[in-house]
Design a protein around this ligand. Structure first.
Ligand SMILES: [Zn+2]
Length: 62
């Protein structure tokens, strides 16, 4: 699976990785940002993680 990190300040881009590898990136680099969003939206952080993962997925037809 290909990921292009949805956070605009971040240039993380990886091809052919598992969702769980991208989740590690999110937890390491964007924990504070996701915590902010989770507070603001009043949603659990694992929900924010799931949304961020799905928004960062890149679908390429080759
Ligand atoms: Zn990132």
């Amino acid at each position: 699976m290909n990921f292009n990190c949805v956070f605009s300040s971040c240039s993380y881009k990886r091809n052919g990785i598992e969702e769980k590898e991208f989740l590690i990136h999110l937890k390491e680099e964007h924990h504070a940002e996701m915590l902010e969003i989770s507070k603001k939206e009043n949603m659990p952080i694992n929900m924010i993680e799931m949304i961020t993962i799905s928004n960062s997925k890149v679908f390429i037809n080759t």
